[in-house]
Design a protein. Structure first.
Length: 293
């Protein structure tokens, strides 16, 4: 029984890294390409301030909590609300990352943009008609890579992003263990089968299964979108200082995810835990190493 449990743990961890690593690879690649392009064309990358980001984050969180509470008894409306959030959260990132992929394989930018729009329509249509673990995670990978990558570049200062990461890690701890509003929102998303995060299966044969709901959720591990986007922001904030520094931070962020997963799986009774504190702690070690070297 213990061997079977260990085997499943390793399988979950493998697929978590399998789905998480492309977010950092594509996020760093797209941010780097945009940085090089802006330097070559003397374009100024928009700057996002520390307080500006925190203010928008706070306003967005309060609005989501309020609407989630108001729609508590209107399940269809709440499901559509979370679909809108999912679409909005991923469309910008998808439209940012895919042209970079096409450009990297030497497709003309005009055709790359046309193909991006066509493929984005196809992906979102298929997800809307039948959300599976595969198409759900694919959209989350593209969305988080583009959004997290660009915000990190716009924040510019690694030190400020590191401070932001620490603040949000504390918030994550409070939101899960104290106020528990993060747990309630996650439950509502799972119930509506619209999860703003990665769904980690234990085997490849589960890729085609439907996005988990309240009955099937225990068969999967769920990693919140913020647990990926925020460490990516830290990684891409290093782009102007060198891609190698971004890669160092990304590697440590992935190690942080593995550590967070170990903490989750070490529980006797599996309950939701705040993943960001452990990810942040190890990501910040990577940040210090990147700054020194």
């Amino acid at each position: 029984m213990e061997q079977r449990s260990d085997s499943k743990k390793i399988s979950f961890l493998f697929w978590e890294i399998f789905f998480s690593a492309p977010i950092f690879i594509l996020g760093i690649l797209s941010a780097y390409k945009f940085h090089v392009f802006s330097k070559g064309n003397e374009e100024v990358i928009p700057e996002t301030s520390f307080l500006g980001f925190l203010s928008l984050f706070a306003i967005g969180t309060i609005l989501v909590i309020a609407i989630n509470f108001l729609l508590k008894k209107k399940k269809n409306l709440r499901k559509n609300f979370y679909k809108i959030i999912f679409f909005s959260a991923n469309i910008y990132g998808t439209l940012t990352v895919m042209p970079v992929i096409f450009t990297s394989i030497h497709i003309h930018p005009l055709w790359g943009n046309i193909l991006t729009i066509i493929l984005a329509i196809i992906l979102f249509y298929k997800w809307h008609k039948k959300p599976t673990i595969w198409n759900h995670n694919l959209l989350m990978i593209l969305g988080l890579a583009g959004t997290g990558g660009m915000i990190g570049l716009e924040l510019k200062s690694p030190e400020l992003v590191a401070a932001l990461l620490a603040v949000l890690a504390i918030y994550d701890f409070i939101a899960v263990y104290k106020t528990r509003h993060m747990v309630k929102m996650a439950e509502a998303m799972i119930e509506s089968q619209t999860i703003i995060g990665l769904v980690i299966p234990s085997s490849m044969k589960e890729f085609k299964e439907a996005t988990p709901n309240s009955q099937t959720r225990k068969r999967f591990v769920i990693l919140g979108g913020g647990d990926l986007a925020i460490p990516l922001m830290l990684a891409t904030s290093f782009i102007p200082l060198g891609v190698s520094k971004s890669i160092i931070v990304a590697i440590f962020a992935l190690l942080g995810m593995a550590f967070s997963f170990w903490l989750f799986y070490s529980q006797k009774e599996k309950q939701a835990i705040p993943a960001l504190p452990a990810i942040s702690f190890i990501s910040l070690i990577g940040c210090v190493i990147a700054i020194i070297f």
